[in-house]
Design a protein around this ligand. Structure first.
Ligand code: PEP
Length: 258
């Protein structure tokens, strides 16, 4: 059975005091030790504070990584630097980076390679826009985004790598993909992966992201190919985030009792 993961993404939010308060609220309700993986991705500056204050069971994440190992790349943060300050996981190819920072599939691939080389857990984000969905291009878009990284995935690194399906029209909009819509795309992703390596496809975790909250997490995570969630807005308050983790644990209990 694949282990559920719930990963928060603070985006461009946070401060030292916010993280301190979040952590105090989180640890009193910590759900992470119970059999699911829980991660939090904060802005680079707060990664050391997160690393110092997180319970051992909380996976320390960053939101981006340089495509380069070192050199003349002003403003960039390398995978080795992230490791150095305690990061264990990194988001790659979030739609906000693809849309607003011109990240293309080649850049996503290069970043993925850097993360792999340093032993970070990459979460590669894929997803279609509203327009692409309306034009029936969802599968073509996902197939193209996957094609940029699929040859780098194998049964040996499938436990370390995750993919997140995040329909752009559902991110931060309050519009959630239905559980069936999410499952349809997750199943497609897993079948694409299986065409390369069946073992890898069975092992790799696929997260859903897009207005996921405590009230819809259980239904979404119940889908056979949904292995947890990537959570934006609802990760900013520990209470909301923990409510989602609780749903993953509830589902785990249900699966284990079957
Ligand atoms: C995200 O940005 O990865 C995300 C899923 O955001 P939200 O939960 O706010 O839709």
């Amino acid at each position: 059975m694949r282990k559920f993961m719930v990963a928060g993404n603070w985006k461009l939010h946070g401060s030292e005091s916010m993280l301190k308060n979040w952590m105090a609220d989180f640890v009193t309700n910590d759900q992470s030790a119970k059999g699911i993986d829980v991660a939090l991705c904060v802005p680079f500056l707060y990664v050391p504070q997160l690393s110092d204050s997180a319970p051992r069971s909380l996976i320390v994440g960053a939101q981006d990584v340089s495509a380069h190992a070192s050199g003349a790349h002003t403003g960039e943060i390398s995978a080795a630097m992230l490791k150095d300050v305690g990061a264990q996981l990194v988001l790659i190819g979030h739609s906000e980076r693809r849309q607003h920072h011109g990240e293309d599939d080649a850049l996503v691939r290069a970043k993925f390679k850097q993360a792999l080389a340093q032993g970070l857990m990459p979460i590669i984000c894929v997803g279609e826009s509203q327009q692409q969905r309306e034009n029936n291009e969802t599968f073509a878009v996902i197939e193209r985004q996957l094609a940029a990284v699929i040859d780098l995935l194998d049964a040996d690194n499938a436990g370390q790598c995750l993919l997140a399906y995040e329909p752009i029209w559902a991110i931060g909009t309050g519009l959630t993909a239905s559980a069936e819509q999410a499952q349809e795309v997750h199943q497609f992703i897993r079948s694409q992966l299986a065409s390369k390596d069946v073992t890898m496809a069975r092992q790799i975790r696929l997260l859903y992201g897009g207005s996921c909250k405590g009230s819809n997490a259980f239904e979404l995570f119940s889908m056979p190919d949904v292995d947890g969630g990537l959570i934006g807005g609802a990760s900013l308050a520990a209470e909301d985030f923990v409510a989602i983790c609780r749903q993953a644990n509830k589902l785990l209990d249900k699966k284990q009792s079957n």
